[in-house]
Design a binder for this molecule. Structure first.
Ligand SMILES: [Zn+2]
Length: 746
């Protein structure tokens, strides 16, 4: 049988301050660290909720080092275990002081670890929950003198958290097997009241001391921007990043592909950016991470895989290009900004399209996960739509009360407060309904009652006979109003949502008091994000430019000029610049070759070849009319840089058959032709003579070529109308037009 020391109380007399200095080199404890350490050394179960960067690990490392026996640290991330162990070892001259046990060790390594443990010099043993549930390992651990159990990332216990790990729910059972009297310290950087409750119940913490640090990050500025189409959003983003002048930032997106696309687009617009995601090989990832850490690139565009274990204190902004899956995720990710306590800006682009995407992903999950996931997304949406102080809503979510007068305009809603309206009567109406429904129904049902909407459920409960039924109809407000009112009432503490009972609304004391004696109450209602003109799709290279010109007078001038230039050069006008490009010129007023080549459909070559007269004209026009040029003259699509296009250009250079080029990127032929057209239209030559005859016979090529030489519009459908009687297909026309543009226009 196991022999075990009883080490728990032995270490209470140590001088913690000098231990801190000697072992870790710090002169003083942060916040509640010392009380936490005393709690666990004093033999009490301890529960620590501390935001990332608050010095959480020290809370179990120091007690482990000064206690007899070895502390078991349960941690979910195998990748970070080694880092943790290395860190502890760096404070000591004996490597056996810390070890880890997980599936990454081979038999020989595991044997060494066990030998060290039996010698007794090891103070910290990191274990993965999977390792802990193996019977042989439990038997071995029983033979060791164990000082206490630390459960790191304890939120993994709860299905209500954002990274649930089923093995975590077995921890208590294992502790019972090893030694039921062992003390537990549970730690997490994020936990809503519901998750906190789950952790305590599941680990069966005995009268724990609970330490909750404030989640308020006073130096961070939060804002939400409606996402209105990809091009506008990217333009907005580029302008924002350029305004930050060389400071570091992270952009989070939904998937791997969009990290690459976005990084390429930012690069094309003069922002030093790289993509980062789990699909890259380790070497590339390490290299890009280094570039970012060293400040050689300013922006890293990443999936949520990025940031775990990254400690860069001077990240000045975190942008969410897509809606995060939960407030926990949002909080963690924005939390990477401004670790040094200085400036940190957090911008989230919100669109209903993104929301639908998330909901769509959720529909593919198993039912249990879906329900929870949907609720987490709902909370995220409510946060985004709220016109309350962002801080107040965030902290409310984590169970903290916050007086928003302290925000100091560090959020968009405090900077531009929405007008508040008197909601005394409508609040009264909702509270009455909740009361008459005996606090047994969730928000949708309550709103249906208030608005007097009859349905079978309401009828079966005979709730249409309640006094409050239809009481709110007289206010003639829409659903958005009522849902947002209920949300605000929660934040104001008049009601609360019982999460254990599927969101049933309950009255708080404040709410009951209000019912007895209603008073004037002014609240700002939620923002309403209208559906945006987002074109969908993640291929930013395809983002269309604005269809209409800002300056019709200039546009007319440019059209005339185009005609003149075309005549001089003996080409069709559309060959010089297409209409979209002219529209954009009459909006952006380019006056240098560099600016002109940022117009969509204009390459640098084309700008030099045809642009001189256009630039001179625009320059005169700008002077004569005192035009103020738009500041955000930055947008450039990545026609020449996007990966697919580069691939096509290179493949055609190598004279690879078009079918093979298409299948190489799993494109359909028409997609390939479309891409090729965009390439030549923006001024890059494609020599397709090597393959043209596979598609069009020689005489037809000549006919089509001639046709375009005479065509005023260059329009492909018009060409088809004329040429189809000669048995020429649309596809053939398209190909020859590519040849034509390549040879004549470029
Ligand atoms: Zn605020």
């Amino acid at each position: 049988m196991a022999t075990k020391a009883a080490p728990k109380k032995g270490a209470t007399k140590v001088n913690l301050k000098s231990e801190l200095k000697n072992r870790f080199g710090f002169a003083s404890f942060k916040d509640e660290q010392q009380q936490i350490i005393q709690s666990i050394l004093g033999g009490t179960d301890t529960f620590v909720i501390m935001p990332t960067g608050g010095g959480k690990s020290l809370c179990y490392q120091l007690p482990a080092l000064v206690s007899e026996g070895v502390a078991l640290v349960i941690s979910p991330l195998i990748a970070l275990m080694k880092n943790q162990v290395d860190l502890v070892r760096s404070y000591s001259n004996d490597d056996s002081i810390a070890h880890f046990m997980n599936s990454s060790l081979n038999k020989g390594q595991l044997k060494e670890v066990k030998e060290d443990l039996m010698k007794g010099g090891t103070k910290l043993l990191y274990v993965a929950p999977e390792t802990l549930t193996k019977a042989a390992n439990v038997e071995f651990l029983k033979t060791l003198p164990i000082s206490f159990i630390a459960v790191d990332e304890a939120h993994c216990i709860s299905e209500w958290g954002h990274d649930f790990r089923p093995e975590y729910r077995k921890i208590r059972q294992i502790v019972e097997e090893i030694d039921p009297s062992l003390n537990i310290i549970a730690l997490t950087a994020t936990a809503t009241p519901k998750v906190q409750d789950d952790i305590q119940k599941n680990l069966e913490l005995k009268k724990p001391n609970i330490f909750i640090s404030s989640f308020n990050r006073t130096n961070l500025h939060y804002s939400i921007v409606p996402k209105k189409g990809q091009e506008k959003t990217i333009r907005h983003m580029v302008k924002f990043i350029k305004g930050m002048k060389g400071k570091s930032g992270i952009i989070y997106t939904l998937n791997r592909k969009s990290t690459e696309d976005l990084a390429t687009l930012l690069e094309a617009n003069g922002v030093k950016a790289v993509a980062y995601h789990a699909g890259l090989d380790a070497k590339t990832r390490a290299k890009r991470q280094d570039l970012f850490l060293m400040g050689d690139v300013d922006v890293i565009v990443a999936t949520i895989a990025f940031g775990m274990g990254i400690d860069k204190p001077d990240i000045r902004f975190v942008i969410h290009y897509n809606l995060p899956k939960s407030i926990e995720n949002y909080y963690q990710e924005t939390g990477r900004a401004g670790r040094d306590g200085l400036e940190g800006k957090c911008v989230l682009y919100f669109s209903n399209k993104d929301l639908q995407k998330l909901e769509h992903l959720m529909r593919q999950k198993p039912l249990s996960e879906r329900e929870m996931g949907t609720q987490l997304i709902d909370e995220m949406v409510a946060y985004s739509e709220s016109s309350n102080c962002r801080r107040k809503v965030l902290l409310h979510y984590f169970g903290e009360e916050y007086d928003d007068s302290a925000c100091n305009e560090k959020c968009d809603n405090c900077q531009n407060p929405k007008e508040k309206i008197d909601v005394k009567d409508t609040v009264f109406c909702v509270l009455t309904a909740i009361k008459q429904l005996k606090e047994k129904f969730a928000v949708t049902y309550v709103v249906d009652i208030v608005l007097g909407r009859n349905n079978s459920q309401i009828q079966s409960f005979k709730h249409d006979q309640l006094k409050c039924f239809s009481n709110g109809a007289e206010f003639e407000m829409d659903d958005h109003f009522w849902f947002s009112l209920v949300r605000q009432m929660m934040i104001e503490g008049l009601i609360q949502k019982d999460i254990e009972e599927y969101g049933v609304l309950k009255l708080t004391k404040t709410g009951k008091d209000f019912l007895k004696k209603p008073y004037t109450l002014k609240l700002a209602l939620n923002h309403k994000f209208e559906d945006t003109d987002d074109e969908g799709g993640e291929d930013y290279a395809e983002a269309k430019s604005e269809p209409s010109a800002l300056d019709p007078e200039l546009l007319q001038d440019l059209m005339d000029l185009r005609k003149k230039v075309a005549t001089e050069k003996g080409v069709q006008p559309w060959v010089v610049f297409d209409e979209n490009s002219l529209n954009e010129m009459a909006t952006m007023y380019p006056t240098s070759v560099e600016e002109l080549s940022k117009i969509s459909g204009v390459s640098e070559g084309k700008a030099r070849k045809y642009g001189r007269k256009f630039l001179a004209h625009i320059d005169d026009y700008v002077d004569a009319n005192n035009v103020v040029k738009p500041e955000d003259f930055v947008m450039k699509s990545v026609v020449n840089k996007s990966g697919k296009k580069v691939y096509i250009i290179q493949s055609i250079d190598k004279k690879i058959p078009l079918e093979d080029i298409a299948s190489g990127k799993s494109m359909k032929m028409d997609e390939l032709f479309q891409e090729m057209e965009t390439i030549v239209q923006s001024g890059t030559k494609l020599d397709i003579d090597y393959t043209l005859e596979d598609f069009v016979d020689e005489y037809d090529v000549e006919d089509i070529f001639e046709y375009f030489n005479d065509s005023d519009s260059g329009d492909i459908d018009e060409a088809f109308d004329t040429l189809q009687e000669n048995d020429i297909s649309l596809e053939q026309i398209q190909l020859v037009r590519i040849k034509y543009l390549s040879e004549v226009a470029n």
